[in-house]
Write a protein that binds this ligand. Structure first.
Ligand code: PLP
Ligand code: COI
Length: 370
């Protein structure tokens, strides 16, 4: 048991039947994305007491396994849920680090406020990652490009069918060894532009990382797959033809004159932590950064004229992935670059280099977990 200033020490109940070394090595040899989970999970409970005050308690590491939940639990009916996505990276000396965890902790609490869930002390968020990664450190991949994906989430567990914020909540973290989100080697992905569906709107939950946003994206994702595409691009529903973001990633445009453009944060785009890191790294490289409206018409004419030289998507799961063709109901916009563009590759290499300890962490973005 570890004790910390806020008193929420994690108790540890080790898994008595962990996967064998051979099973673990088989998973690590071919992790895929989100298919395999480690031997433990972190859990912290929250309950509002009869006096109305709420508190977190019973922080623990326990064996990974199914959650026993009342069928009336609010999360199952009204989707009161939030989550985060981050990664743990193994450095060559065996130490394990995570990237900009303070930003994930802050975004988690911003999502909690929007979904009327309780905020979690940032220290407890960080401790939960440290504790889980320490318990499951053998699961952190060492192969280049792979990492342990960490999924903190919070669910409303109170059994109650009235529509109001739940008074019982559970915070959990699970972990999953992860390779390329899109499978196989890194290569450009084609994207489908949906004009049927919006992901988010003014005053909605687009800035929150809540399950409902992803449920809302699935019909559009099916549309994309029906057109042979791997991801869907959403437009700003209030701004004709302005590009917003993909179902699970932000988007960037590289211009041949050294400008990097990404849609501005308009109240319904997720504040991507990779997005903000890419902006910083590009500025460090002397690029001109523009967070502004960019339309499908500008994308099309920019590729036609040669002004736009590369397009890429970014996120924790996707890291930095080149976007090839954009398919739309009105025809497609060709990929501006063959394979992985030069700027895309350089920014990706620098970002991954910082995360994995190969490049100096000049911005202090890394936190040691184990
Ligand atoms: N946009 C959406 C909708 C996402 O789900 C994600 C992934 O988390 C991102 C953008 C990228 O965010 P981040 O870089 O913080 O992972
Ligand atoms: C992430 O990048 O962490 C996400 O949550 C996006 C999802 C597509 C896996």
């Amino acid at each position: 048991m570890t004790q910390h200033a806020n008193g929420l020490g994690f108790t540890r109940r080790p898994n008595e039947n962990p996967r064998s070394q051979a099973e673990r090595e088989a998973v690590l040899a071919n992790p895929g994305f989100g298919d395999h989970f480690t031997d433990h999970t972190a859990v912290v409970d929250y309950k509002v007491d009869p006096g109305g005050a709420g508190g977190w308690s019973n922080a623990r590491i326990e064996p990974y396994g199914p959650i026993l939940m009342d069928p009336a639990a609010a999360v199952l009916h009204y989707g009161q849920e939030i989550f985060e996505g981050m990664k743990a990276y193994r450095h060559t000396d065996g130490s394990i680090w995570t990237f900009r965890a303070d930003a994930n902790a802050a975004r988690f609490n911003a999502s909690a406020r929007r979904l009327a869930l309780p905020e979690l002390p940032e220290e407890t968020f960080l401790d939960s990652l440290r504790e889980l990664v320490t318990a499951d450190r053998e699961w952190v991949p060492s192969r280049d490009g792979d990492a342990l994906y960490l999924r903190p989430f919070m669910i409303a567990t109170e059994a109650f069918l009235g529509v109001r914020p739940a008074r019982e909540v559970s915070y959990r973290v699970i972990a999953s060894p992860a390779g390329n989100y899109f499978g196989g080697e890194l290569k450009p992905v084609s994207i489908w532009l949906t004009t049927t569906y919006a992901r988010a709107g003014e005053g909605g939950t687009g800035e929150a990382k809540c399950g409902g946003n992803y449920a809302a994206s699935l019909a559009a994702q099916l549309e994309a797959e029906a057109h042979g595409c791997k991801q869907v691009l959403f437009l700003d529903p209030h701004n004709d033809n302005a590009v917003e973001e993909l179902g699970g990633m932000n988007i960037f445009f590289v211009f041949g004159d050294g400008t990097l453009v990404t849609p501005e944060l308009n109240g319904h785009i997720l504040h991507g932590i990779t997005r903000s890191s890419v902006l910083q790294l590009a500025a460090d490289r002397g690029m001109t950064i523009q967070e502004r409206k960019i339309t499908i018409d500008e994308w099309r004419s920019g590729v036609d004229s040669g002004a736009i030289t590369e397009v890429f998507a970014c996120g924790t799961a996707a890291v930095i992935t080149p976007i090839g063709e954009l398919k739309t109901a009105d025809g497609s916009i060709a990929s501006p670059a063959q394979g992985i563009g030069e700027v895309t590759a350089a920014i990706r290499e620098q970002l991954v280099g910082i995360q994995t300890g190969a490049v100096p962490d000049l911005h202090g973005w890394l936190t040691r977990l184990a």
